[in-house]
Design a protein around this ligand. Structure first.
Ligand code: GLN
Length: 189
């Protein structure tokens, strides 16, 4: 299977390493041609304004939006969650805008920029140890958005059809179960 990782800024290598460790081919996506023949796509964490600006400049926003709208299984992590969202509560910024959620950036407060938590995740038997770094929060979601995990009642892992988004960084821990959920959404199609 060929899994693309948007490779403009952020945790690109870490995601590619997880894909390789699962026996799949990771594709660093920098140009629109790189989107051809992908079975799944990951939008990594990093800085969403930077990734959005670069994606706009590299003319990747519309092609990615189109591929995702056509049903390409996609996972966004942290900044990737923001980029997938249809809206943020802050200043306008470039978004892919396919996942029907509104997010608040850096929502856990500047005092607790980073924290870790053991999450109960829908569909996983054991808790997932999640690393949050200046994480976004889902403040509203369309009715068909499933909440797969929450912290203090606030959604941090959501799914809408073939799209999944996490406020945290599954690529930074030695736990590949979130990536496996993406992979199995391809095989189940
Ligand atoms: N705070 C970043 C943003 O708003 C996201 C942080 C991250 O991806 N770790 O884009």
């Amino acid at each position: 299977m060929r899994v693309g990782v948007l490779a403009l800024q952020g945790d690109v290598r870490e995601h590619l390493a997880v894909i390789a460790s699962l026996g799949h081919t990771g594709v660093a996506v920098k140009y629109r041609e790189d989107l051809d023949d992908l079975d799944a796509l990951i939008i990594p964490g990093g800085e969403s304004t930077t990734i959005g600006k670069l994606a706009d400049r590299f003319e990747l926003l519309e092609p990615m939006k189109k591929r995702i709208a056509e049903g390409l299984p996609t996972l966004g992590t942290c900044a990737g969650m923001i980029l997938l969202a249809t809206a943020t509560t802050g200043e306008p910024q470039h978004l892919i805008g396919e996942l029907d959620i509104t997010v608040e950036r850096n929502a856990f407060g500047r005092q607790v920029d980073s924290f870790e938590a053991d999450l109960d995740v829908e569909g996983l038997d054991e808790p997932f140890h999640a690393v949050f770094i200046r994480a976004p929060l889902v403040v509203s979601a369309a009715d068909d958005v499933e909440v797969l995990a929450a912290v203090d009642g606030r959604p941090v892992l959501v799914r809408q059809g073939h799209m999944m988004a996490a406020s945290f960084h599954p690529e930074l821990t030695n736990d590949d179960r979130i990536h496996k959920m993406l992979i199995s959404s391809v095989t189940e199609r």
